[in-house]
Structures are given as structure tokens and as C-alpha cells.
Design a protein around this ligand. Structure first.
Ligand code: HEM
Length: 382
């Protein structure tokens, strides 16, 4: 089964096309992406675990070529070994005992800096610096500013999606990765002498070779900046767009639900790519070795056979079946950090600091592989 998309339209809003693909078949080939898309929630949930068929290894892929071979591009024992090495830095315990305090400090500083402003953009002026500061702490690259973190993250994301081979995009990505390598080099001695719980320090203590440390830190930066940024600003926007949500948010655990329903509704990572390891037929589709497959989390999270009125942001729904962090061995390593940063620190502090926030214009969203609000313009009411 083949389905044609208009890439521009798909970027602005992929959901109508994804709903059509979901109704058509379990696997749909999209020529514009040169990939077979798996969009139904039940299929993504089951097939993503079959790493013998749907391999993460893509040695010729853009991510590997531009950022080095990180854990996201490995299978089986090689993947598990690196995942185990990074775990102490991102475990729920470390998040609560070490990072939470850093998140609180960083968020408070950003809120203090906004006190004299009547109007601001929640993406650029709040979510970006909060997410960037959190990542500076977690990676251990303490000489970087939050704005630099955002910039190098974006350059790598653009580089990895540069399927048309635009040389200026590739150049910008090389500049970003070189900057990260320079920051790693300048901090290596410090974390060797004074180890801490940062990713850099923990991977160093775990004996990971420098090239792998560099590749995995680039993965953490490309995966750990835009998503929390987009989820912080996006959840705030969703709440502001739904006046009923304000009353609901007084309840305990409500920000956790607001966040989880946001990442179901507007999944910050819409897909994860895989490569077929050998000719086979799965879900009625004849795959050839090296075919490109996308597990479409964004589509799965709006599967109408699982979620009622899936296009609606609904704080009362059961978000349990949603898979915004993946559903296989590559399940987001930063999920605990994200929940604490976004649902326990950034959003409660933002709405406590500015209880009368209101939107000043309609929110526009963009992207399908990575998706979020382009800006969220607000003013302080009253
Ligand atoms: C709202 C925020 C976030 C969302 C929605 C998100 C989502 C995802 C998704 C969908 C994957 C791929 C899963 C798969 O292929 O099965 C992933 C992987 C990953 N994420 Fe996140 N992520 C978020 C934040 C973060 C943060 C803050 C960090 C680090 C500080 C992080 C680090 C990683 C890493 C290292 C992987 C690769 C794991 C592996 O290969 O085993 N993520 N994330």
C-alpha cells in the first residue's frame, strides 16, 4: 500500500494524513519519505520490540555520520551496555536527589528575569532557557549557555533530517558537533578529578571510550533540549487554550496529567526510524533488507481505536496506553528527568509565578518528526 503526502502540508499538520494511513493498512509506504510507516498503536507497540527485524543500526544513516554511533543506533547487548552506563545519571533517584534542585533554581531564575515583562513568548523566553539550563546541568557541559544548548541541538536535529543534502545545513551541524566536542574536551579533566552525576562524568567513570561519550552526549543534547522545551511551552499553551483546564489544575497530580495528555496529543517526537535487517513479510507487507521504517508514535497516540476523539486535548482521558516515550528497548532514557522538570517544576512554577497568563494570539504548531509550538505569545492579565 502506497500513500502520497505533500511534505509542506505534512509538516504543518501531519495528523489528517496519518489518520488516513492508519485506516488504509498496518504498513504504508510513503515515497516522499522513502520509508514504510507503521502508524497503528497496537502494531508500533508489538513490532518495536522485534529488534531482530527492525534494527536500530543505521551505519550509513545521517545521525551516525554526523553525530557518531550513539546508543540509539545500536541493538541488543551493545545497546544495553551503553544504556546501563548512562543510567546512574538519569535514574529516577538521581533526578530527585540531584537534578530537581538544579531544575528549581534554573526555573526560578528565568521567572525572576521575566518579572518586569508584561508580554513574552513562552517558547523563547521561558521553555528554551529552562530546558537549556537543565541540560547544561545534566550533560555536565557547564561552560555552555542555555541558548548555545538550544542552538547546537537544533543544528543537529536539522542535520539528521537533511535528507535533501543541503550543504549549509550539513555545515551548521558540523560546527555544532565540533563545539560540543570542544566543550567535552575542556570539562574532561574536571570531571575526572571531581566526579559528579552528570552524563559526562558518569560515562567517563564507566570507562566508555571518548568517541562513544561524544556520540552519546550529542544524542542526549539532540534528544533532551527540543522535546522538554516544546512540551513545557506546548502544555502551557494547551492549558491556556482550554479555560476549563485552569480549574482542573488545582487538583493533586494535575500537572502530571496535563503533561502526559499533551505528549499524547502533540507528541514532541513523532517517530523513531529503523532499518530492516533482512527480507521478510511482517503485518502483510513485504520488506526488503535495508528498507527504512518509521515507528510513528505521533500517529499511535491519536489512534481512534484506542483513544476517543483523539484530536482533542482532554484532561479527563486515560493516557495510560499512550507511547510518547517509545515502546521498546530504546524507551526514552530521559523520561524521569522530563516528568520532574516539566510537570513538577517548570509548569507549576510558571503558573504560580504568573497566575493570570493569557494567550495573545492563536498558537501555530510545526513538524512531524519533531513537533511543537512555533511560539506561544502570552501577556500577564489583570
Ligand atoms: C518530553 C520530553 C521527551 C520526550 C517526549 C522524549 C521522547 C523520546 C523518544 C520517543 C525516544 C525514542 C524511543 C524509541 O525509539 O523507542 C527517546 C529516546 C531517548 N531519549 Fe527522550 N524524550 C524526551 C526527553 C528527553 C530528555 C530530557 C533526555 C535526556 C536528558 C532524553 C534522552 C533520551 C535518550 C538518551 C534516548 C535514547 C535511548 C536509547 O537509545 O536507549 N530524552 N526519547
Amino acid at each position: 500500500m502506497e500513500y502520497t503526502i505533500d511534505p509542506q502540508r505534512f509538516w504543518h499538520d501531519p495528523y489528517p494524513d496519518l489518520a488516513v494511513m492508519q485506516a488504509l493498512a498496518s504498513v504504508v509506504y510513503v515515497p516522499q519519505l522513502d520509508a514504510a510507516l507503521i502508524t497503528r498503536r497496537a502494531d508500533v507497540f508489538v513490532q518495536e520490540k522485534r529488534v531482530d527485524i527492525f534494527s536500530s543500526r543505521q551505519p550509513e544513516g545521517l545521525m551516525t555520520r554526523l553525530m557518531g554511533e550513539n546508543m540509539m543506533r545500536q541493538d541488543g547487548p551493545a545497546h544495553q551496555a551503553e544504556r546501563k552506563q548512562i543510567f546512574p545519571s538519569l535514574s529516577p533517584r538521581t533526578v530527585m536527589q540531584v537534578w530537581r534542585l538544579e531544575f528549581e533554581r534554573a526555573t526560578q531564575a528565568v521567572i525572576d528575569g521575566l518579572q518586569d515583562k508584561q508580554e513574552f513568548d513562552l517558547v523563547r523566553d521561558f521553555a528554551m532557557p529552562v530546558s537549556g539550563a537543565a541540560l547544561v546541568a545534566i550533560t555536565g557541559l557547564r561552560q555552555m549557555t542555555p541558548a548555545q544548548m538550544d542552538q547546537v541541538s537544533q543544528a543537529m536535529i536539522d542535520g539528521c533530517a537533511n535528507y535533501r543534502g543541503d550543504p549549509s545545513v550539513e555545515r551548521a551541524c558540523h560546527v555544532a558537533t565540533a563545539q560540543i566536542d570542544a566543550h567535552i574536551a575542556s570539562m574532561l579533566q574536571e570531571v575526572t578529578v571531581n566526579p559528579d552525576m552528570s552524563v559526562l562524568s558518569v560515562l567517563r567513570q564507566g570507562g566508555q571510550p571518548l568517541a562513544n561519550i561524544q556520540a552519546n552526549i550529542k544524542l542526549v543534547i539532540s534528544g533532551g533540549q527540543n522535546e522538554p522545551r516544546d512540551a513545557i511551552a506546548g502544555t502551557a499553551a494547551a492549558v491556556l487554550m482550554h479555560p476549563d483546564a485552569r480549574a482542573y489544575l488545582g487538583q493533586s497530580g494535575a500537572w502530571g496529567q496535563a503533561f502526559m495528555e499533551y505528549v499524547r496529543w502533540m507528541s514532541p517526537i513523532g517517530m523513531s526510524p529503523r532499518q530492516i535487517s533482512g527480507d521478510c513479510t511482517v503485518l502483510g507487507y513485504d520488506f526488503k533488507q535495508n528498507d527504512r521504517v518509521f515507528f510513528m508514535f505521533g500517529a499511535a497516540n491519536r489512534d481512534s481505536s484506542v483513544f476517543e476523539v483523539p484530536d482533542m486535548y482532554d484532561l479527563n482521558r486515560d493516557t495510560g496506553p499512550a507511547i510518547p516515550f517509545g515502546a521498546g528497548p530504546h524507551f526514552c532514557a530521559g523520561a524521569a528527568a522530563s516528568r520532574v522538570l516539566i510537570a513538577e517544576v517548570a509548569l507549576p512554577k510558571l503558573f504560580a509565578g504568573f497566575p493570570d497568563l493569557e494567550l495573545t494570539e492563536a498558537v501555530r504548531w510545526g513538524g512531524w518528526a519533531f513537533r511543537g509550538p512555533l511560539s506561544v505569545q502570552v501577556r500577564r492579565g489583570g
